[in-house]
Structures are given as C-alpha cells and as structure tokens.
Design a protein around this ligand. Structure first.
Ligand code: PGA
Length: 248
C-alpha cells in the first residue's frame, strides 16, 4: 500500500489535477494507492480515483451521530466512498491531548461503519534517544487497540510513524523501521491475538523518492504513508514505483 496524506493542503478544485498528475499507472491497484485529502475534497475526489484507487479520510469522530459540532462521523465518510481513515496521527495527538484517549472508540466507530483504520503509532525523539521506543510502542498499541475491538488482518492497517521523522527530512533508517515493524507484528499476534502475518504495516516519516527503495527492500515494510512528497507528483511516482517493484 502506498498512502498519500495530503494533510491541510490543496484546494478542492486542485485535487483532481493532483491525482491526474500522479499518472494512470498509479490507479492500477498494485500496489494499492490510497489518497487521504482534506474532508472538503472527498466528495469530488472519489470519481477521479477510479475503481482501483482508494479514498481515505484523515480522522473521524468517536461518536455515531449527535450534538458534536464540527465533527465528522465514520458513517458520513463511508457514505462519501471512503474505504480508509487515518487514526491517531501524531499531528492530531499533539494538537489535541484528548485524541489518544479517544482512540479505542474511534477505531471501533471506523470498523463498525466499514472503514479500515490506518492506525498511526510512533515515539518522539526523547523516547528514541533514551532507548525506550519498544516499550513505548507496546504501551501505545495496548492503550489504543484493546482486545475487545475484534481487529483482524483485513480491518487494520498500522502505520509506524516516528514523530521525529514526520515532516523533518530525518527519516528512520530502513533497518530501524524493519526492526520496529517486526516488533509491532509480533505484539499484534502474541498479545492481541490478531493473525498479523497479513496485516499491512506501513512506514511513515520523510519518505521521499530517493529513500523509498530502501524501505521497500525490507520484508516487513508493506508500504508507506507519505505526507509532503505526496504533493509532488514526480517524487510520489518514484515512491510508488519502488513499492510496485517490491510486489512484482
Ligand atoms: P511526511 O509526513 O512524509 O511529510 O514526513 C508523513 C505523515 O505525516 O504521515
């Protein structure tokens, strides 16, 4: 999977043009392309992605419906044609201290409404520097993905995104990411009972055209979640091609 997180960029009128600039070959379904634009672009972007490209949102409410001004429900996203929703992105967690506490309910809402969460986890720099990153991720998974959620390989995508690598140009080495992906997969299997051999675990954080092949070469890196480079079609195409070669 190669997923584009456009964050709060582009105007709705420019979204179709950006997808067109990616090129038709990205809409072939291998690897799976997921585009996560701002909410305001979802209604118009679905048709530009065709059948093979998938639409994703960048967050959803933990509630089904009701008096929650400004919130957007999982059911609304599904109705607009979304198949995926990013949950737990560190930019949301940092801006809103309640975000992490809401993760189990958000995951449950997404799954109950037919969306697959692209669930983000990742440590910050002090934790990485202190060598406590495995413990931190184990805690985050346990807090955010409690067993009663009935997660399985099909309804979960995990994105390992070290906070210190997001938008900084400083990416994790492919070996570092591989080690963490193996750890995440083993926690999903051993602690949560998920048959995680087939769970897609993506790496995210300063992925670019010139470093994507290194990530693609690692056996447990099943794709990438790309922010800044997904706004640059040539760069994004190189990333996509690196993962297309992995699958061939
Ligand atoms: P970046 O963002 O590729 O710009 O580092 C990744 C993300 O936030 O998902």
């Amino acid at each position: 999977m190669v997923a584009a997180n456009w964050k709060m960029n582009t105007l709705p009128g420019g979204a179709g043009t950006l997808v067109e600039a990616y090129g038709a070959e990205m809409l072939c379904g291998h690897p799976e392309l997921v585009v996560c634009p701002p909410f305001t672009h979802l209604a118009t972007l679905g048709p530009s992605l065709g059948n093979a490209g998938c639409l994703g949102a960048q967050n959803c409410s933990e509630h089904l419906s009701g008096a929650y001004t400004s919130e957007i429900s999982a059911a609304m996203l599904r109705d607009l044609g979304c198949r995926y929703v990013i949950l737990g992105h560190s930019e949301c967690r940092l801006r809103n201290p309640m975000e992490s506490l809401r993760m189990p309910e958000k995951m449950a809402q997404a799954i109950a409404n037919g969306l697959t969460p692209i669930y983000c986890c990742g440590e910050d720099l002090p934790i990485r520097e202190s060598g406590a990153e495995l413990e931190f991720i184990a805690r985050q998974l346990a807090d955010d993905l409690p067993n009663e959620l009935k997660l399985n390989a099909q309804n979960l995508v995990v994105a390992y995104e070290p906070v210190w690598a997001i938008g900084t140009g400083k990416h994790a080495s492919p070996e570092m990411a591989q080690q963490m992906h193996v750890f995440i997969r083993s926690r999903l299997m051993d602690v949560m009972g998920i048959e995680a051999e087939r769970t897609r675990i993506l790496y995210g954080g300063s992925v670019q055209g010139n470093n994507a092949a290194g990530f693609a070469s690692q056996p447990d890196i099943d794709g990438v979640l790309v922010g800044g480079a997904s706004l640059k079609p040539a760069d994004f195409r190189s990333i996509f091609e690196a993962f297309a070669r992995k699958g061939s």
